[in-house]
Write a protein of this length. Structure first.
Length: 192
């Protein structure tokens, strides 16, 4: 089994894609479903014949917020679980169509979503198959909505460097001033 296990298309999902392609109808992806499945091993092989979990295990459903194409064969759907959503735990995510069909599934280590300031979860589901963007009718590049943290990281690095440099300069000035103003006779007496 591969170490890089990710979500998979279900068998029903593959049939749905084939049917929708023949009928030229798009994929009709509607929502991400979050569930808490007892004793689910996130490293286990995903079951292509898996169906929706029982309603008691479903902890949250969210309509797709954004969709985008990574390239012609790779598409992504994403939701944002804002700070006012919670409290629940989840370890299973399903990508579901307008008809309620489970298109794709993935397992995760247990995630804790709690209601509260700065507790926001961004979840994306990325699928790769031939002509995915055309079949899903997605033309917007995913990069247009995927958040790039590089400017914030660069700003934090620059701030850390500036702070460290200022501290070193302050220590240097303090020591220099101390030695310039000090009466070295005191040191001579202590050394003898």
């Amino acid at each position: 089994m591969s170490e890089n296990i990710t979500g998979i298309l279900t068998t029903a999902g593959k049939k749905h894609i084939a049917t929708q392609a023949l009928n030229d109808k798009g994929l009709g992806v509607k929502e991400l479903v979050f569930a808490n499945i007892p004793n689910l091993n996130e490293k286990a092989e995903r079951n292509p014949n898996e169906g929706m979990p029982p309603s008691l295990q479903i902890v949250h459903r969210r309509n797709i917020d954004v969709e985008g194409k990574v390239d012609d064969n790779t598409v992504a759907w994403a939701v944002i679980l804002e700070q006012d959503i919670g409290d629940f735990d989840y370890n299973w995510i399903g990508l579901v169509t307008e008809t309620g069909l489970l298109l794709a599934v993935d397992y995760l280590p247990m995630q804790r979503k709690r209601k509260g300031v700065n507790n926001v979860h961004n979840r994306s589901f990325v699928l790769k198959f031939a002509a995915a963007a055309a079949l899903a009718r997605i033309t917007i590049p995913a990069q247009s909505w995927m958040f790039d943290y590089s400017p914030q990281i660069d700003a934090l690095n620059a701030l850390s460097l500036t702070t460290a440099t200022a501290q070193v300069n302050n220590m240097y000035r303090t020591l220099r001033n101390f030695f310039l103003m000090s009466d070295f006779k005191v040191f001579n007496k202590e050394l003898k």
